[in-house]
Design a protein around this ligand. Structure first.
Ligand SMILES: Nc1ncnc2c1ncn2[C@@H]1O[C@H](COP(=O)(O)OP(=O)(O)OP(=O)(O)O)[C@@H](O)[C@H]1O
Ligand SMILES: [Mg+2]
Length: 496
């Protein structure tokens, strides 16, 4: 199915999110869509999938103009979209979620649906249990569920909005294999991303948006530097590795063991010093998150001790950790970090009330304006959190962190951020290390990020934790091997 977008315009108040976009996407190909945070990618894709109405412009399928008023319309035309933030219903079972949106609704025999789910999953090498609850699935598995659901509904065009931000390397491989297969079958794939290497290995052609406009298109072999320049209107580079001078110990872990229903890590001994950045590498679900959460008092260790600034906080609640200058930034920004429907201003008030600082609304408004400026958030004090683009939500989360922290624990600090924003975020984080002596403990699935910004690295492999590795003494290749289990004890089921 060939898709043509012609002169698409979309405004949100004063924001011209899509500004005269004309783009043709050939049938049976994988079309990349690149662009900085807030460039208008998700908006354009929501228009193409019936979630938003354009203010002007036309969509054509195989040359004929179509009218869509809802996602259900779009799927009738064969267009389905996987969203940047999962839109499924966690308290439901996989099979019930799979059946959502099926036109015959209740009349559909469950057994038939179950079989279709199993068959489609098998075709793509996904393992989805129809009776599992959606909330027990990983982000990658939820995606797989959404893919088979859309295919079952008859999607010929599948739109993926930053699908690789929350999934493991293995799931990414599976996803890419599935995408190639779909394109081979003649389906049209649109793939929204910030990552140039993904465009390079996956896309048959790419379009680049900047500030609402289509600024260029390219085909392989890609000139990556040229693509970066198109995205940002200038050359962007990471710069040299920098480290802050290290001070006295902030965090001490003594023979720590942490357990969750999925994984157990044990025997962790570590001292993190003022200004130090420790990166946690490993496949998603190897224990990094449990360790981070234990260090914030969000889960209780089963053994060992956690000391912050010379205070034994073992077994104490998050609140006590907070009082000692510990802060936690979760990965699921809309589920744990930010509150949907609340505005930026309201978030700022909430975050500050815990410190008892804000006395009046005017002060809050001024503070919010100042943070919006410092953190370069595209939005206004009265913008709700959901109206911000994904990258701007992440900036908002970082803007809520108070100054003068002792220890900052972060899951995926730059997830969903474009290159320029990611660089900027790390500049502000490193400034905290340097000027406020904050220690940072973070996990990321981006090995380059870990290597470039950490002083020392811990590698996790199915619950085992490596000795800290100085970042200057290792490289991507070695880290990659460690993450895959090389050098760890490998009990029978542990090999990936
Ligand atoms: N519902 C909305 N209400 C108000 N403004 C919106 C809404 N949705 C998007 N915007 C604004 O439109 C612009 C484009 O947003 P969009 O989500 O399309 O960007 P994006 O390219 O997907 O960015 P990201 O990479 O950060 O996800 C942003 O300035 C955003 O704040
Ligand atoms: Mg987006």
């Amino acid at each position: 199915m060939e898709i043509e977008l012609r002169h698409i315009h979309k405004y949100f108040g004063p924001v011209h999110a899509n500004d005269d976009i004309t783009l043709t996407i050939p049938s049976g190909s994988i079309q990349g869509l690149l662009g900085e945070n807030g460039a208008g990618k998700s908006t354009l894709m929501k228009i193409l999938s019936g979630y938003l109405r354009p203010d002007a412009g036309e969509i054509r399928i195989n040359g004929s103009p179509i009218e869509m008023h809802s996602p259900a319309d779009a799927i009738r035309f064969g267009i389905g979209m996987l969203h940047q933030d999962p839109m499924d219903f966690p308290p439901m079972r996989v099979l019930d979620n799979f059946m959502v949106g099926y036109p015959e609704g209740l009349l559909l025999p469950r057994e038939e649906a179950r079989q279709a789910l199993l068959d489609l999953s098998a075709q793509f090498g996904f393992s989805l249990d129809p009776d599992a609850y959606v909330e027990s699935l990983t982000v990658g598995e939820r995606q797989q569920l959404e893919i088979v659901r859309l295919l079952w509904l008859g999607a010929q065009v599948l739109i993926f909005d930053e699908p690789t931000t929350g999934i493991s390397a293995q799931q990414k491989e599976k996803l890419f294999a599935a995408l190639h297969r779909l394109a081979d079958e003649g389906k049209t794939i649109i793939f929204v991303t910030h990552k140039l290497e993904e465009v390079e290995i996956l896309c048959d052609q790419v379009a680049v948006l900047r500030a609402g406009k289509l600024v260029g298109e390219a085909k392989p072999p890609y000139d990556l530097d040229a693509l970066v320049e198109m995205m940002f209107g200038k050359v962007v580079t990471k710069g040299e590795r920098v480290s802050a001078p290290l001070g006295k110990p902030v965090l001490q872990l003594k023979n720590l063991a942490v357990e969750s229903h999925r994984i157990r890590i044990a025997g962790v001994n570590l001292e993190v010093r003022e200004g130090e950045v420790i990166g946690l590498a490993g496949m998603e679900g190897s224990g990094q998150r449990q360790l981070l959460r234990a260090c914030a008092g969000l889960i209780r260790p089963v053994e060992g001790e956690i000391w912050v600034d010379g205070h034994n906080l073992t077994g104490k609640p998050y609140h006590d950790f907070m009082r000692h200058g510990v802060a936690y930034v979760p990965a699921a920004r809309l589920e744990e970090g930010l509150v949907p429907n609340l505005t930026l201003l309201e978030h700022m008030i909430l975050a500050d009330e815990q410190r008892g600082l804000i006395i009046d609304r005017q002060a809050a408004l001024d503070l919010t304006k100042e943070r919006i400026k410092t953190f370069n958030i595209r939005g206004r004090p009265h913008s709700t959190i959901e109206s911000l683009s994904g990258g701007n939500q992440q900036r908002a989360l970082l803007a809520l962190l108070r100054p003068g922290l002792r220890l900052l624990l972060m899951e995926h600090p730059t997830r969903g951020l474009d290159m320029e924003s990611a660089i900027w975020v790390w500049q502000t984080l490193k400034r905290r290390c340097r000027e406020e002596k904050t220690a940072i403990f973070f996990m990321s699935s981006d090995l380059e990020e870990i290597l470039h910004y950490s002083d020392r690295i811990l590698v996790f492999f199915s619950g085992q934790v490596s000795e800290p590795i100085p970042a200057t003494e290792t490289d991507i290749e070695q880290l990659g091997q460690l993450i895959g289990g090389r050098g760890f004890n490998t009990p029978e089921e542990a090999t990936p």
